[in-house]
Design a protein around this ligand. Structure first.
Ligand code: ADP
Length: 702
């Protein structure tokens, strides 16, 4: 068999094997399905390319070549989708943001191919002494290749963004899948660029592209060994960062294009043999792996420290990062996850976890740089006795867990297994202030097993101490809030008692007078009116207070938010003669307790109405935003003062209304959060308010 066809055939077979692995092993995951489809297309394209280059007759070649360009035109869109979905938990948001480029690449390129079918290839040549066909590109093929380069650049950029957001174990897990895809697309950018430059597709490209596909697949196998299923859910920031790898690749590409064009002019390309092709692919893989490698980064840093005498850490940056990240955290758990991430980055350690005391003697893991792998006791917690806690109180430097012989160390070792035998010793540092131990910070699996220096250990201790300070501050803030709520409750009780007293005394007055004037029909009528007003007032007070005390017992069902909202607002409009502007949007499947949620909508709309001048419109919308369904209620009314917004809104008994009780929004937030949702508000005094309720969207088909 012809060697070129053999290489293409083998690559296509390898691709096919992987495609079926992705498609059949995990057919439910969207990323796996897309990857399977993408690999299937690449395999088919490689096979068609081999058949085209080695065809005996020009007509056969022409047909294979056309089919090949058609396949290539579909490849771009599918892989662009892969790059948006792979390892991203918030992939829906990305798909939404990129919907237009996706449509352009996925539909536009195949359309161009079909429209320009007859003029895909302008001419074919088999040069003297050559075995394979060279092709002069037609305008449609030219456009497909140009579009392919652009799309491949986006793919590389997206994958790089995913990689940058991954930390610790997640980064280690996805590295090789990314390296595989990068290898394949870097080669495509390069050779498509060549073809555009020379307006000609050279068969010498085919074996290199085929080898690239094989290398890409083999790299992916490595990743799959690290992660038997594809799920790594990273929350990738949606602000586009043009990173250094994409820039590096583009710069390297421009340089190479110059060199290769020169080589082409001087006939050197013709002598390009298989060995050189393998060399080129291997070199590329090496560069990509180096760029993605944690080890290379550690090595460079150590080299710089040793030879250029730089301090091991950029302390200024580190403290800036620490304060920025932890200041925004409002809960102890958030502080823990920020610190864990920061420690993992700072010490180049893949397994970092934080355990906090839950009750007097149970440690529970609340943050980890390796959310997938978990040790013993992760969900149930690990017990510690009072003696150990006392010892930890006195600890002043991180403890070498792997050297410690005592019982608590061995149970901690079990709870924090290391993944790499050569990852070095695990260290643990209690998180404590002068009086109490809050928990433990455990660091292990350093890249390349680099040992901890005394500078590292000092820094680890200081980080743990700072974490303790920050956590105590957060806890105090929570307590303060509780105290404030209690204070507000007492104030409210005073009002309530006052209100009840008034009602009771007016009732008893009526009762006294009733005995005297019972025979007077006019008085009896008056008395009846005032008794029922008193009863109404008391019932209203009781109703509102009970709603506050009751546990929320949700009975959620699947509801299309748009339709449901339309009906609810209709009945509100009928009863309150309002003018609510609502245009039903696309279907938004959510799970809500319709009864409870009705009170959310009613409360928001009535508040808006009460804040607005007579006849002013209230705008209600419902739309999808990433994985959320978002309901907004906007008014053009009085708005709120910044102080009220910051300190009082959503707190019980905070009201500015004469007849108000300040319970509605407190209750509204409880209901929304019990549904797994969030509520936020934007408001400016005199300019109106916008309340936004977000609810998790239900899965539709994925
Ligand atoms: P209440 O309506 O009984 O006062 P809520 O908890 O529903 O209780 O509202 C608390 C306070 O928030 C109101 O008293 C009002 O000052 C403010 N508020 C709520 N919604 C709006 C709005 N749409 N515009 C301006 N202020 C609002």
């Amino acid at each position: 068999m012809d060697p070129l066809l053999l290489i293409c055939g083998c690559a296509s077979l390898v691709g096919l094997l992987f495609a079926s692995w992705f498609l059949f092993k995990e057919p439910m995951a969207l990323a796996a399905r897309l990857m399977g489809a993408g690999l299937l297309l690449l395999s088919a394209e490689t096979l068609f390319a081999g058949l085209a280059a080695t065809a005996l007759l020009p007509e056969a070649m022409l047909t294979w070549q056309r089919v090949r360009v058609l396949t290539a035109s579909v490849v771009s869109g599918v892989w662009l989708a892969v790059s948006l979905v792979y390892a991203r938990a918030n992939y829906r948001e990305f798909l939404r943001r990129w919907r237009w480029p996706l449509v352009v690449f996925a539909a536009g390129l195949p359309l161009i191919t079909v429209l320009g079918w007859e003029r895909l290839v302008l001419g074919v040549v088999m040069e003297e002494g050559k075995l394979y066909w060279s092709i002069a590109l037609g305008p449609a093929a030219f456009a497909v290749r140009a579009g392919g380069i652009l799309c491949a650049a986006f793919i590389v950029m997206n994958l790089e963004q995913t990689f940058r957001e991954a930390r610790g174990m997640a980064r280690w897990r996805i590295k090789y899948v990314l390296a595989g895809v990068l290898t394949i697309f870097a080669l495509r950018i390069f050779f498509d660029g060549q073809a555009l430059l020379l307006k000609q597709w050279n068969p010498a490209f085919e074996p290199i592209l085929a080898l690239g596909l094989m290398a890409g697949c083999l790299l992916m196998v490595r990743s799959l060994r690290r992660l038997p299923h594809l799920h790594v859910d990273l929350y990738v920031s949606t602000s586009v960062v043009f990173g250094s790898i994409a820039a590096f690749l583009v710069a390297g590409y421009l340089l190479l294009i110059g060199v290769v064009t020169q080589a082409w002019r001087h006939g050197a390309w013709q002598a390009f043999g298989l060995v050189a092709a393998v060399g080129l692919v291997a070199g590329l893989v090496l560069i990509i792996l180096l760029l993605l490698s944690d080890r290379a980064r550690v090595f460079t840093r150590r080299f710089l420290i040793q030879h250029l005498q730089r301090p091991s850490f950029d302390y200024r940056q580190l403290w800036y990062d620490f304060s920025q990240r932890t200041l925004q955290a409002m809960r102890v758990e958030e502080v823990a996850s920020e610190v864990t991430e920061l420690v993992s980055e700072t010490f180049e350690a893949l397994s970092v976890s934080m355990w906090l005391l839950d009750g007097p003697h149970t440690l529970r893991r609340i943050a980890s740089s390796d959310p997938v792998g978990s040790g013993k006791g992760t969900s149930t917690g690990t017990d510690v006795d009072a003696k150990t806690l006392d010892q930890w109180k006195k600890v002043n430097a991180p403890i070498d867990l792997d050297r410690e012989k005592v019982a608590w160390a061995s149970s901690l070792r079990e709870a924090n297994p290391t993944r790499f035998p050569e990852g070095g010793h695990r260290f643990c540092m209690p998180i404590k202030d002068t009086e109490t131990v809050l928990g433990l910070l455990i660091v292990g699996d350093r890249v390349s097993g680099v040992p901890f220096t005394s500078e590292d250990l000092d820094l680890l201790r200081i980080l743990a101490d700072q974490t303790a300070v920050r956590m105590q501050t957060v806890r105090l803030a929570e307590k303060l809030l509780e105290a404030k709520q209690w204070e507000a409750f007492q104030t409210m009780s005073a009002f309530l008692v006052h209100d009840l007293k008034n009602t009771a005394s007016s009732l008893s007055l009526t009762l006294q007078n009733l005995r005297i004037h019972f025979e007077d029909p006019a008085f009896r009528k008056d008395a009846e009116r005032s008794i029922s007003a008193g009863v109404r007032r008391m019932n209203e007070l009781i109703r509102r207070l009970t709603s506050l005390r009751e546990r929320l017992d949700l009975q959620p069902g699947r509801v299309d938010l748009s339709t449901w909202l339309g009906e609810t607002l209709q009945s509100l409009n009928d009863t309150h003669a309002g003018d609510i502007a609502f245009v039903p949007g696309p279907s938004l499947p959510v799970r809500v307790d319709a009864g409870q949620f009705q009170s959310v909508v009613t409360n928001l709309v009535l508040n808006a109405r009460e804040a607005s001048p007579l006849g002013a419109p209230i705008h209600v919308t419902a739309e999808a935003e990433g994985e959320w369904a978002v309901l907004t209620v906007r008014d053009e009314g009085s708005g709120m003062e910044p102080d009220f917004l910051a300190d009082k809104l959503f707190r019980p008994f905070q009201t500015t209304k004469k007849e108000g009780m300040g319970i509605g929004l407190f209750q509204t937030r409880r209901i929304v959060e019990a549904h797994g949702g969030r509520i936020d508000v934007k408001s400016a005094a005199g300019q109106g308010s916008t309340f936004r309720v977000r609810l998790p969207l239900e899965e539709t088909t994925v």
